[in-house]
Ligand binder design. Structure first.
Ligand SMILES: [Zn+2]
Ligand SMILES: [Zn+2]
Length: 254
């Protein structure tokens, strides 16, 4: 993606709630899944990493199902992928079962007595050879956006600084990731983000402290300022990347 386009998307994401990098990663995941479903679902090269990972992670499996169910009638893409995955796992299990039955009698007794010193080797296979392919692509995209953010802030892009001040800022994970990879090439960018995050945390902590104190003294909740009422939401956003509107009374069913 061209650098200008990256900055444009970053700017848009910063103007919405939650961590901007989490948001662009989420959008990228949706795009990757849509492209995969419409263009590559039968392509063996694209399907190889899916098979090696035993499918997608739970979050992206949910997204895959939602994308396909919301845009097409039959869920054929899911059938193409998961019929083969079921077949692969079934074959591995059968192979393992055969080996287990062929185990020598002493190994069987040691196994039953839990005395085998290599329990992990009693049932070979079933270890993913790679992570969820959507996670892999999304992480790469996140790195590109993070690097662009650090680079631009390093060069003193004032518009971006202003937009960043008004945003929810980076989440903890992306801040850590960014500092690990880009603090060295972009020290001014890292310094800006560090200072800004420290200030945000200080303010939020003070507001949360006030909230606790006022409740401890059984004061009327109406005496709380708007900032004091909402500092906990901004802090949860910092630690999770999720927009404040995700924190509701709704407990999702499993
Ligand atoms: Zn994030
Ligand atoms: Zn994933």
């Amino acid at each position: 993606m061209a650098f200008a386009l990256v900055l444009n998307k970053l700017d848009e994401a910063l103007k919405k709630t939650g961590c901007s990098i989490c948001r662009v990663e989420h959008e990228k995941a949706k795009h990757v899944i849509e492209t995969f479903l419409w263009e590559n679902v039968t392509d063996p090269v694209v399907r190889k990493p899916i098979n090696q990972a035993y499918g997608f992670c739970p979050k992206h499996t949910k997204m895959l199902a939602a994308v396909e169910m919301s845009t097409s009638g039959p869920v054929l893409g899911i059938h193409f992928i998961y019929e083969l995955l079921a077949k692969n796992v079934e074959a591995e299990l059968k192979k393992g079962l055969k080996r287990k039955n062929q185990q020598n009698p002493i190994q069987k007794i040691l196994g039953k007595l839990k005395l085998s010193n290599q329990p992990g080797k009693r049932f070979p296979g079933l270890h993913p050879k790679r992570i969820c392919p959507v996670c892999e692509t999304v992480q790469q995209a996140g790195e590109n956006f993070l690097s662009a953010l650090f680079e631009e802030l390093n060069q003193g892009n004032q518009d971006l600084k202003t937009t960043y001040y008004q945003s929810n800022g980076l989440c903890f994970d992306h801040l850590r990731q960014g500092l690990e990879h880009y603090a060295e090439p972009y020290p001014q960018g890292a310094a800006f983000l560090l200072k800004d995050t420290v200030e945000r945390l200080e303010t939020q902590r003070e507001h949360m402290k006030s909230y606790i104190d006022k409740h401890n003294w059984a004061n009327d909740e109406h005496e709380l300022s708007l900032d004091e009422k909402s500092a906990w939401l901004r802090t949860l956003t910092f630690f999770t990347g999720l927009p404040a509107e995700h924190f509701t009374i709704q407990i999702e069913d499993f």
